[in-house]
Design a protein around this ligand. Structure first.
Ligand SMILES: Cc1cc2nc3c(=O)[nH]c(=O)nc-3n(C[C@H](O)[C@H](O)[C@H](O)COP(=O)(O)OP(=O)(O)OC[C@H]3O[C@@H](n4cnc5c(N)ncnc54)[C@H](O)[C@@H]3O)c2cc1C
Length: 368
């Protein structure tokens, strides 16, 4: 999200851009994500707001909320929460990825299955060597490489200096079409399991409260085992089948990561910048990750262009523009956590009572 947005803006403002992506294409997968607040204006300026709205996800009905035995205890309508403005749009990650890619000017060079190996920054720009042995010189290197950013590690320091575990792990997988899936959210203290269909087929999501686990985040088998251990607490509803989907190495749309935030004192060092999750991940529970990715990409491209060769002035202006918004977005994650993953039975009961009250109020408002 951050990388494609940055490619759009830098190219559009007259720079020659190379995009380097480790995967062999755009990374597919993910639950529906939100384009909100300031990102809506950016989408409009990028000329893609109409497309995003055309392909948005509309969830018409509230979702049943189940207890650990699979019994319905409340219902959840996501429209009750978290909208920054009435115009906020929810869209699948894959669709937004495609729309952003289509918005990247044709002269931008894409190099897939490629990564940066080293960066040597100096007065006249940065010398970069790539994993295929190639070397090149750039005025600016933009690390838009997500929570576990390599650019950040190479230039700013180790992940442990900046990434703070937010207390949860998240997993997603597309569910097989060999059976019918019931759309609902099941909760036990510290664990949430959701089945929903955002228009591209049924998908399961797991959110589990957990202290930080030291594992190699690139090892998919380790990730599958961790998910299976989290889900082993529940044997009701569709959970056994969901566990099978998560542990199937052939399953599509698999995604697992810690729910974390990135906190950095500065996002630009010399001729290297980090944007999106690499620089200021707000954590999945904030619902602001994509918005921040788009906002930081546009802000960096415009300030960098505006201040020309004066990197120091560009950096100062960028930080001033972005810092308050990042802080605001990161704070949203604290509101999302107790709603999505109540930690205790008492908190869960109180949350469900709140959902029932909201549902009753909504029914009155709709005249039922
Ligand atoms: C597969 C996937 C599924 C996701 N699902 C969700 C979701 O359901 N809900 C949610 O809120 N957020 C999800 N996210 C995170 C969400 O995309 C980000 O929080 C947000 O959009 C900010 O985007 P970003 O571009 O900063 O980071 P990301 O979207 O994480 O993109 C980073 C990109 O950099 C690439 N990359 C990483 N390391 C290197 C490297 N060393 N060299 C080259 N390329 C590299 C990655 O392959 C990826 O394409 C998901 C991310 C991914 C990758």
């Amino acid at each position: 999200m951050a990388g494609l947005s940055a490619a759009h803006w830098f190219a559009r403002l007259g720079h020659r851009v190379t995009v380097v992506e480790r995967a062999d294409g755009l990374r597919p997968g993910g639950a529906p994500i939100d384009v909100r607040g300031r990102a809506l204006g950016i989408a409009e300026r990028m000329g893609i707001l109409g497309k995003i709205e055309d392909e948005k996800v509309t969830v018409a009905e509230p979702m049943p909320v189940l207890d650990g035995t699979g019994t319905p205890v409340a219902s959840l309508d996501l429209r009750w929460f978290a909208n920054e403005t009435d115009q906020d749009v929810e869209i699948t990650r894959d669709r937004l990825n495609r729309i952003l890619l289509e918005a990247v000017p044709r002269d931008v060079e894409f190099r897939f299955k490629e990564s940066i190996a080293s960066i040597t920054d100096g007065a006249g720009g940065a010398d970069v060597s790539f994993t295929d042995g190639r070397r090149d010189h750039y005025d600016l290197v933009v690390g838009a490489d997500g929570l576990h950013s390599k650019v950040r590690k190479l230039v700013f320091g180790p992940e442990s200096d900046y990434v703070r575990h937010f207390g949860y792990y998240v997993a997603l997988v597309d569910l097989p079409s060999d059976r019918k899936w019931e759309r609902a959210m099941l909760n036990v203290p510290g664990l949430t399991i959701v089945v929903r269909d955002a228009g591209d087929g049924p998908q399961a999501m797991m959110l589990a409260a957990s202290p930080q686990v030291d594992y190699d985040y690139r090892e998919l088998d380790v990730q599958r085992k961790m998910i299976d251990d989290f889900l082993a607490r529940v044997d009701a509803w569709q959970v056994p089948a969901i566990r099978r989907a998560f542990t199937d190495p052939a399953a599509k749309g698999f995604y697992f990561d810690s729910v974390s935030q990135t906190h950095m004192p500065g996002w630009i060092k010399g001729n290297v910048a980090v944007i999106g999750d690499a620089g200021h991940c707000a954590a999945l529970l904030s619902g602001m990750g994509t918005t921040l990715a788009m906002v930081s990409a546009e802000a960096l491209a415009t300030t960098w262009t505006e201040y020309g060769a004066d990197a120091e002035a560009a950096s100062a202006a960028y930080h001033e523009r972005l810092r308050p918004y990042v802080q605001q977005c990161q704070a949203f994650a604290h509101e999302g956590a107790p709603i999505m993953v109540p930690p205790t039975q008492q908190a869960l009961d109180a949350r469900n009572a709140m959902f029932r009250e909201y549902a009753a109020r909504a029914a009155v408002a709709e005249g039922h």
